[in-house]
Ligand binder design. Structure first.
Ligand code: NAD
Length: 250
């Protein structure tokens, strides 16, 4: 497999960290971007300790100047980025009538503005190389999810964003696809359990019961799907949304 430079946002933990480790295991140099710089460094150190190449950068993906600077730093220190995984995400759940405008804006900023800024900065490297892979994290919540009007809109937005990237960038050898996970066992779902006042174990058991394959997802389940879209052999697959949810939806 050709070794490339990959950027994974929100890679300090959870799905992003598993994706960073997986892409490194596939032979790529990986830039681990996150707001949480210390934890990003831990992810990068684990990759380096396993014999891979990695660089940790603390960045807010929704900050225009910082996102562009991070991509340029990756290009200088690790190589021109050919793979971008827009994974950084947050939840600000509430029922519509109780949701603040700030909670709406924060979710749009991280998921949509962040993915837009990162992709705009990275695409010039991919277009110049006539090869690139963009993978965006959507969610089964895009199909409708109580208490998540902001998040569902952002995750549905990621699908339209992905399909448009595929249309615009295809002729430059750049594909764009989305992975839409169901229930994955991460800090994000642990914090949700805490917020609604159930133990994480009960929350996991309930989610597993509602999932056709009878278990919740692990970050590595999502990383495997992302890795496929990033592979050489996926060059004719673009503009797709792959649900990784243990069933049609979780
Ligand atoms: P997580 O909360 O464990 O990790 C998200 C990471 O994103 C954190 O390290 C966080 O610091 C980082 N981040 C947040 N805002 C950022 C910003 N502005 N700039 C840079 N980094 C930022 O969550 P996760 O469960 O690993 O989720 C990863 C992605 O997968 C998210 O986009 C999420 O919406 C999506 N997803 C998760 C699930 C699930 O069940 N866990 C399901 C569907 C989709």
């Amino acid at each position: 497999m050709t070794s490339r430079t990959a950027i994974v946002t929100g890679a300090a933990r959870g799905i992003g960290a598993a994706t960073a480790r997986r892409l490194a295991a596939d032979g790529h140099a990986v830039a681990v971007l996150d707001l949480l710089e210390d934890q990003a460094r831990a992810t990068a150190d684990a990759i380096t300790d396993a014999g891979g190449r990695a660089l940790a950068i603390g960045v807010d993906v929704a900050d225009e100047a910082a996102a562009a600077a991070a991509v340029e730093r990756v290009a200088e220190e690790l190589g021109s980025p050919a793979i971008l995984v827009n994974n950084a995400g947050i939840l600000r759940d509430n029922l519509l009538f109780k949701m603040s405008a700030d909670d709406w804006d924060s979710v749009m900023d991280v998921h949509l503005r962040g993915a837009f800024l990162m992709t705009r900065a990275a695409q010039s490297h991919m277009v110049e190389a006539r090869w690139g892979r963009v993978v965006n994290l959507s969610s089964t919540s895009a199909l409708g999810s109580r208490g998540q009007v902001n998040y569902a809109a952002a995750k549905a937005g990621m699908q339209g964003f992905t399909k448009t990237l595929a249309v615009e960038l295809g002729k430059f050898g750049v594909t764009a696809n989305a992975v839409a996970p169901g229930f994955i066992q991460t800090e994000m779902t642990r914090i949700t359990a805490e917020r609604i006042g159930v133990t994480f174990d009960d929350f996991l058991a309930g989610a597993a019961k509602e999932t056709p394959v009878g278990r919740v997802g692990q970050p590595e389940d999502v990383a495997a799907a992302v890795a496929f879209f990033c592979s050489e052999e996926a060059g004719f697959v673009s503009g797709q949304v792959l649900y990784v949810a243990g069933g049609p939806r979780s």
